[in-house]
Design a protein around this ligand. Structure first.
Ligand code: NAD
Length: 478
């Protein structure tokens, strides 16, 4: 279904994110027929180039970064005619009059701030100054949204001076993943799961976001952030919220975000003994964290594992174990809902005991799997084994239906449609910082280096102990 005609201005339209995600994503939506004829994309950045040069730049980006079409789609030339470029200075006067002339008030106007957060304020201010923003226009802002509660509040304040909350789209691309939305469909669209979705039946929940790569060229940024700021405060917290939240009365932006906010507010402070931080070591071929980050004394964590408690009626005594890190064994992200053992086993001891696990896989392939216990086939008596009831979308829906849009594609189209459900509200972001701030502040005060772990491992052994001491274990990263 096409979206209303729009002018989308990408501030930072020549940057890494625009090249890798935003522009290839828009191209795929174009190929899918979602962009009406008079919709336009306007790149706006500091580099001095004209629209023709920008089209060339975008052609190269799509050829390199669109894994599906590699730019081979017959529509690429047509797509490029929708592109324009304005050289602009967010901090000065260059380009603003030209941009104002280009953007049209009779179309949906969206402004993507794909630039450093320090430019958010100046951009918002100039959009108003030059009459480009009104009550209908939208702005999209990227992570990181602040580095602590104070800076997040300051950013919210500066944006609120020029835009209403319902015009501000704070991106967390995890929320754009098809399977993450499916988590809500599974929970709230079925009778089967919701009655069991509480501490009476769920033993614990595990969320793992494991990356096999190191910080690479992002070392400078990452060393000032660390895993807690870069992953935990935003992506992992959002996943936790979607699992833990109460059913909203409606699937609308504020109803969903109100429920997520209540979850964050119900989180207990994390105890010191319930958190493990790590930093990867190098190998013969690969640099260790400190060398990659070019900071020999760095005490920044590239891994963090913790046990969180959502202190409310539904989740009392059901821990949430979260871990994320770089240079781990595999790139693998999943959420596992581990149900309790059946209360009584009617089978012999040697039949074995098994539990149901609902796994929501986010990376590398998206899908949902429910582990159920059955009898091992054959004449060997009653022995139990686990088999997955596999909800592989590709098989169930056919490859075409399962050809999910990338998270960015979906989210950008939601901006044009004016649907904020999958974007973070200002108060959510602040609450999430309020929860992580004391943890980070303690680390920064102590300046104790994180535990070193081997590249290609599953993180520090202490992270394994975090669960072992509760009689549980992490699912294998594979
Ligand atoms: P980048 O450094 O590659 O690009 C920055 C862009 O901003 C360039 O187009 C540059 O011309 C423009 N710019 C810089 N100063 C400007 C000014 N004064 N006026 C106008 N334009 C100016 O950055 P990036 O990696 O594309 O990141 C952009 C934003 O997205 C940042 O907030 C970043 O934190 C966020 N982000 C990036 C990634 C990623 O994978 N690259 C992932 C998540 C979030």
């Amino acid at each position: 279904i096409p979206v209303d005609p729009f002018d989308l201005v990408i501030f930072g339209g020549t940057g890494d994110l625009a090249r890798r995600k935003i522009l290839p994503g828009l191209f795929r939506r174009f190929c899918a027929g979602q962009m009406e004829e008079d919709s336009r994309i306007i790149g706006a950045a500091r580099s001095d180039m004209d629209s023709e040069e920008y089209r060339h730049f975008v052609r190269e980006a799509i050829t390199e970064f669109d894994p599906k079409t590699k730019g081979e789609c017959a529509h690429l030339d047509e797509f490029l005619t929708r592109l324009h470029y304005v050289t602009i200075d967010a901090l000065g006067e260059t380009g603003w009059a030209e941009l104002a002339e280009l953007t049209r008030s009779d179309k949906v106007r969206a402004f993507y701030f794909s630039v450093a957060p320090r430019l958010f304020g100046p951009l918002a201010e100039r959009l108003h100054l030059h009459g480009m923003a009104d009550g209908e226009s939208r702005i999209v802002v990227e992570k990181p949204f602040g580095r602590d509660l104070e800076s997040a509040r300051a950013l919210n304040k500066v944006l609120a001076e020029h835009f209403e909350e319902n015009q501000i789209y704070r991106i967390d691309h995890y929320l754009g993943k098809e399977t993450v939305q499916n988590l809500m469909a599974i929970r709230f669209g079925n009778m089967l799961f919701e009655p069991l979705w509480n501490s009476q039946y769920v033993d614990h929940i595990q969320i793992t976001v494991a990356e096999s790569v190191g910080v690479g060229g992002r070392g400078g940024y990452y060393d000032r952030a660390g895993a807690m700021r870069d992953m935990m405060q935003n992506h992992m917290m959002q996943l936790l919220c979607l699992i833990a939240m109460e059913p909203p009365a409606k699937f609308n932006p504020d109803a969903v975000r109100d429920e997520k906010l209540k979850v964050i507010r119900a989180l207990d402070p994390v105890r010191e003994e319930d958190i493990v931080r790590g930093q990867y070591e190098g190998t013969e071929d690969l640099l260790g964290y400190r060398r990659e980050a070019e900071n020999p004394e760095s005490t920044t964590e590239s891994f963090v594992a913790l046990k969180a408690h959502v202190s409310n009626w539904r989740w009392a005594n059901t821990p949430f174990y979260l871990r994320t890190g770089k240079r781990l064994r595999e790139r693998a992200s999943e959420i596992a809902i581990v149900f309790k053992d059946a209360p009584h086993s009617i089978f012999d001891e040697d039949a074995g005991r098994h539990r149901n696990i609902l796994t929501i896989k986010l990376q590398p392939n998206e899908g949902i799997e429910l582990g159920v216990t059955i009898k091992e086939p054959g004449p060997g008596g009653m022995r139990l084994i686990d088999v997955p009831l596999d909800m592989s979308f590709a098989e169930a829906l056919g490859p075409e239906e399962a050809d999910f849009p990338d998270a960015y594609e979906r989210l950008i189209m939601d901006v044009i449609r004016g649907n904020q459900t999958l974007f973070m509200r200002g108060d959510e972001v602040e609450e999430a910082w309020a929860w992580t701030d004391p943890i980070i502040a303690q680390w920064e005060d102590d300046a104790v280096p994180p535990i070193r772990y081997a590249t290609g491992s599953s993180g520090p052994d202490d992270a394994l102990m975090l669960m072992h001491r509760d009689g549980r274990r992490w699912r294998e990263i594979k």
